[in-house]
Design a protein around this ligand. Structure first.
Ligand code: OGA
Ligand code: NI
Length: 362
């Protein structure tokens, strides 16, 4: 008796601070605007995370940038080769000459930025974690499941099946609908190339409805006064089939290659594409869903990124490695599962780690 249980007290304080932050509906940008100059303790990551936050080493093996021009004609075999190599190697690549006009890229980034830079009350109205309406503003998807919070706010919108139109904030509504059309077209093109890269028919991924469910996150990474103590987004893999990412020119996204973190340096006009866990499973481990993270933003200007996650719409069907890729020499590396089971597991865990995909290993 008489001994204070400091660990218990700390856990209690932390839970109270998290709740207060959540109920304020301010997000990280709101905290910063309130004049804060040092991080609330619940944003401070454990030493093992912080010690690994060194800037990426200059790499002799950067993320490849693939030119998609002519991929519907004579250049297609070479483009398929490049896409397949990148998907098997780093699991990340950038694409240029993808057919999306530069003005559309700029407009989309500006619209998401404008959403986050509205007065706090306008954003608080849609601060929520439920996705029934298909529209939500929140800070940290895994706020209540992670060891520490990250320096980022998010506008999440279900693009397909479509969210309630009136719920989509007007400052970005028409721009995001236009973005949805572009992602549909380019997503189809990329799925064709990725299917062919596995030696399958061009339409194979789309037949399995892999492009039909699309969720967008408009991430806003405000200036961080103590960027060595936290992160913008913890290391994670994306759960879906593929992710298309539009980033501005600020930088901070890194991809893990072996033991080394490699910068995904912004290339003007380019889009970033990465392989998600479901595609790693469907490809029977040929394509790689790799860990990536975003450093806390040390610059005075905010960073904006827009990720669209493409997922199968058929949640009852069984998913697993393509039968064409399984043989006695290359047995199935994963068991079959349905997406309801898969997504339930995803939302119960923190973002970090490869536990999701490993759970489905054969
Ligand atoms: C994500 C993601 C990267 C970024 O939202 O899953 O990896 O640059 N985003 O914001
Ligand atoms: Ni991601």
């Amino acid at each position: 008796m008489g001994v204070t249980d400091t660990t218990g007290e700390q856990a209690f304080d932390r839970a109270r601070e998290l709740k207060r932050f959540e109920e304020s509906k301010l997000g990280v940008k709101g905290l910063l605007d309130s004049g804060l100059t040092s991080l609330p303790p619940f944003f401070i990551h454990p030493p093992e995370t912080l010690s690994g936050l060194k800037p990426a080493r200059p790499s002799s093996d950067p993320i490849p940038t693939i030119d998609l021009s002519g991929c519907d004609s004579g250049r297609r075999p070479s483009v398929v080769g490049e896409v397949g190599r990148a998907a098997r190697g780093l699991g990340f690549f950038q694409v240029v000459n993808h057919g999306v006009p530069a003005e559309v890229l700029d407009r989309t980034i500006a619209a998401v930025k404008a959403f986050h830079e509205q007065p706090a009350e306008a954003k608080a109205r849609i601060y929520r974690r439920e996705m029934e309406t298909g529209v939500a503003f929140f800070s940290n998807l895994d706020l209540f499941h992670s060891k520490a919070a990250s320096w980022r706010d998010t506008l999440q919108i279900r693009l397909e099946p479509k969210a309630d139109m009136e719920e989509i904030p007007e400052v970005c509504r028409s721009e995001l609908m236009e973005w949805n059309q572009q992602v549909r077209r380019l997503g189809g093109l990329l799925m064709g190339l990725l299917s062919e890269g596995l030696g399958l028919n061009s339409g194979r991924l789309e037949e399995l409805t892999c492009l039909e469910t699309r969720v967008m996150v408009g991430n806003y990474y405000p200036y961080c006064p103590q960027p060595d103590l936290t992160v913008g987004l913890t290391s994670h893999t994306d759960p879906g089939v593929i992710t298309l990412l539009l980033q501005d020119q600020v930088g901070g996204l890194q991809v893990k290659h072996g033991d080394v973190w490699v910068d995904v340096t912004p290339v003007p006009g380019a889009l970033v594409v990465n392989i998600g866990d479901i595609l790693q499973i469907m490809s029977n481990d040929e394509y790689k869903s790799v860990d990536h993270r975003v450093l806390a933003n040390p610059r005075r200007e905010p960073r904006v990124s827009i990720a669209v996650f493409c997922n199968p719409s058929n949640r009852e069907n069984e998913f697993g490695p393509f039968p064409e890729l399984v043989s006695s020499d290359t047995p199935a590396a994963f068991r079959q599962f349905n997406l309801n089971e898969y997504m339930t597991r995803f939302f119960k865990k923190e973002l970090e780690g490869k536990s999701l995909i490993n759970y489905f290993r054969a």
